[in-house]
Design a protein around this ligand. Structure first.
Ligand SMILES: [Zn+2]
Length: 269
């Protein structure tokens, strides 16, 4: 149904209609318990989101699955976007000039970062099926993360969230990310991570139902385990695994409705 609507409604009108719907939703959910740093509204609760598959609980996959208070009713920011925002804010990133590449840009984060005058900000995506139409703004460049069209040592920060679990040759993507980062630059590379598996599982599964069953989403090609950080190290990064709750990044963290279990993977060149 959604796809059918998208086919007949022109892009600009579609964006306007969605905006009007979100405004109404934002009012319906208004309250004091939660705060969205992107649209700067407060809510009594947020929307439930994510896909519900048994494998998420079976393999204790953090950063996946259906969860309450995931999506902002007003701007559709997710718990993942808010976590990245908190990391950037607490690390003082908004105070210094920086060149940024954001791959598969989340709308809420993109709209915030492009307003920051200290940032030289570029976005790109491969536009795979299911991630087109209103999913991305029209100014996002066509880009393959395994073949990034920029020179070596170009960026201070690269953001690539929940992408590597979709990429067959994730090591090639890691290599490319490393190549385009400046020495001393960093990449935020979030993926879903199993807390119960000892090693990343990535037997090739051609059938979307099998991938959903074993990896938690029809288009995921693996499920990472704690050895994810070793894989990043093997491709040349120095890896920091950070946690907002343990490190108490901001006061009143609960109001941002982030997943306290979700670590941030910072890969430094
Ligand atoms: Zn919001």
């Amino acid at each position: 149904m959604k796809q059918a609507i998208k086919k007949v409604v022109p892009f600009n009108l579609g964006v306007k209609l969605r905006g009007a719907y979100q405004k109404v939703l934002g009012i319906a959910y208004s309250g004091q318990k939660y705060y969205c740093p992107f649209c700067e509204n407060t809510f009594r609760k947020l929307l439930t989101g994510g896909e519900d598959h048994p494998v998420v609980a079976e393999k204790n996959i953090v950063g996946a699955g259906r969860r309450p208070n995931m999506v902002c009713p007003r701007c559709y920011s997710t718990d993942r976007d808010r976590l990245v925002y908190l990391y950037l804010k607490s690390s003082g990133f908004f105070n210094h000039p920086a060149k940024v590449l954001h791959i598969a840009p989340e709308g809420s984060l993109k709209h915030l970062l492009e307003t920051k005058e200290n940032l030289d900000y570029t976005t790109g995506d491969k536009f795979e099926e299911g991630y087109t139409d209103y999913y991305y703004d029209r100014d996002v460049l066509q880009m393959d993360v395994t073949k990034i069209p920029f020179a070596n040592d170009s960026f201070d920060l690269l953001i690539c969230n929940h992408v590597l679990e979709h990429i067959e040759d994730d090591r090639l993507a890691m290599n490319e990310i490393h190549r385009v980062l400046k020495p001393g630059g960093q990449a935020i590379l979030q993926v879903p991570v199993s807390r119960s598996l000892e090693k990343t599982e990535e037997t090739k599964l051609d059938n979307p139902q099998d991938r959903e069953k074993h990896y938690g989403q029809h288009d995921h090609v693996r499920v990472y385990a704690e050895d994810y950080k070793d894989r990043l190290s093997e491709e040349g990064f120095t890896v920091e695994v950070r946690n907002a709750v343990k490190e108490n990044w901001v006061p009143d963290l609960e109001k941002y409705a982030v997943n306290p279990e979700e670590n941030i993977y910072i890969a430094k060149k």
